[in-house]
Ligand binder design. Structure first.
Ligand code: FES
Ligand code: FE
Length: 430
């Protein structure tokens, strides 16, 4: 890992926040200033909706996972009554975390320090040797602190802000795209099949930008493209030149990049022949499913033809979810969750997982190449001479509004990133 923290810590931030992004470029202090990072945690991660789980990660009563809202550890639980709770992972006694497992099933959480125990909804249910608290501690006043929870189509969000707008309002025009994304189950619901995580030496916004960055693909991912059969490889570079692929700003910092417009709604039969690499699989599926369903399942194997970026921490891309966690100004954790068809044919799910591994997997072509580029951005952003701005103006010459008023440009343009930074500015400048 490349260590850039020393140079960055010495760069003072003297510029007012409102001057940091002018719609066309932003100051590279946004990647390197620890003071700005702390403010981002407070003004963005503690004020808006943060994605914390997909419901399929906690399907049964007692299921839980641990994660973070900003840098704050939380536990996402499924209560006995099926309700989803998001609890601060912090004992009310002396502050220890009460759960250190990534996920599992539990009836209660017992703090390892002095064994106070808490129910799935956070209630304090047990205090050992309680006589020391007689008359001075009422258990009902000391539950694990609950965050506000919002659910949309299986996506679980939490907020530290009690006055936050309803989740559906925040998602706004991204909602129809979430609905389209979820039609990749070939008629089955989608579920998280597993996840892997990795960390890179760079600012969280570098990853946020990347989800709708169509411009980098044929360059950073050349080894991936070169590894594909010729016909398939052509498809992965053709979107650079074609007119149809687009990126669209969806408001509230959200955006979508459509690389393959004919793979936006996978529930629509496109009459295309089954690709040769899936012919054998289609023949197997035909034993159990009618032809239209076989076609839908096959269409769904690669996932959707777009990346949806939900500000500030979750991407819904192709056939996986990508969560980002800001750890420090120059340190970010990424968690990739592979999606499969819940109850769907095993052979088809296996094919989806192999495709996921080849690009997103820890030993795949995509993620390591992306990470190398992001780390170079972080190092370069710390290089100071006269030009300290990051350009974000690609496509301003051809950006236009669609019928619903969203800004839209070619998929290689930076419209989605400008939307993200416009939201960043609204939340950061007070
Ligand atoms: Fe949790 Fe004491 S810190 S019981
Ligand atoms: Fe990439």
């Amino acid at each position: 890992m490349l260590d850039t923290s020393l140079e960055q810590a010495s760069v003072p931030n003297a510029r007012p926040l409102e001057d940091m992004f002018d719609g066309e470029r932003f100051h590279s202090d946004l990647y390197t200033d620890p003071g700005i990072f702390d403010l981002e945690i407070e003004r963005i991660y503690h004020r808006t909706w943060i994605w914390v789980a997909h419901e399929s990660e906690i399907p049964n009563a007692g299921d839980f996972k641990t994660t973070h809202v900003g840098r704050t550890p939380v536990i996402v639980t499924r209560g006995k009554d099926g309700a989803v709770h998001v609890l601060l992972n912090r004992c009310r006694h002396r502050g220890a975390t009460v759960c250190d497992r990534n996920q599992g099933n539990a009836r209660a959480f017992t703090c390892p320090y002095h064994a106070w125990s808490y129910g799935l909804d956070g209630r304090l249910i047990g205090v050992p040797f309680e006589e020391g608290y007689k008359g001075i501690l009422d258990k009902k006043n000391y539950p694990l602190v609950s965050l506000k929870v919002g659910l949309y189509c299986g996506l679980v969000f939490a907020s530290m802000n009690e006055d936050i707008e309803p989740l559906e309002d925040f998602l706004g025009d991204a909602k129809p795209w979430i609905d389209l994304f979820l039609r990749q189950g070939g008629g089955f619901p989608v579920k998280v099949a597993g996840a892997h995580k990795f960390r890179f030496t760079g600012n969280w916004k570098i990853q946020l930008e990347n989800t709708t960055d169509g411009y980098h693909f044929p360059f950073v991912h050349r080894t991936f493209v070169d590894s594909l059969p010729q016909e398939m490889a052509k498809g992965f570079t053709a979107f650079m030149r074609e007119e149809g692929p687009f990126v669209r700003a969806l408001g509230n910092g959200h955006s979508v990049a459509v690389f393959f417009p004919d793979q936006v709604d996978l529930s629509q039969d496109d009459d295309k022949p089954i690709p040769p690499q899936f012919e054998e699989l289609a023949a197997q599926l035909s034993r159990d499913y009618p032809p239209e369903r076989v076609r839908w399942i096959i269409r769904a194997i690669n996932g959707v033809g777009f990346n949806l970026n939900l500000f500030p921490n979750i991407g819904l891309s192709a056939a996986f979810l990508r969560e980002l966690k800001p750890l420090a100004v120059d340190r970010t954790e990424i968690r990739h969750m592979a999606l499969v068809m819940d109850g769907g044919p095993e052979e088809a799910n296996r094919a989806r997982l192999r495709i996921h591994e080849k690009f997103q997997g820890a030993g795949g072509f995509g993620s390591p190449d992306d990470m190398a580029a992001w780390e170079r951005v972080q190092i370069g952003a710390g290089a100071r001479r006269d030009d300290v701005w990051i350009m974000l103006n690609r496509g301003l010459n051809r950006e236009a509004r669609d019928g619903e008023g969203h800004l839209q440009a070619h998929v290689t343009d930076e419209t989605g990133m400008r939307e993200g930074y416009a939201m960043w500015k609204r939340m950061m400048v007070q």
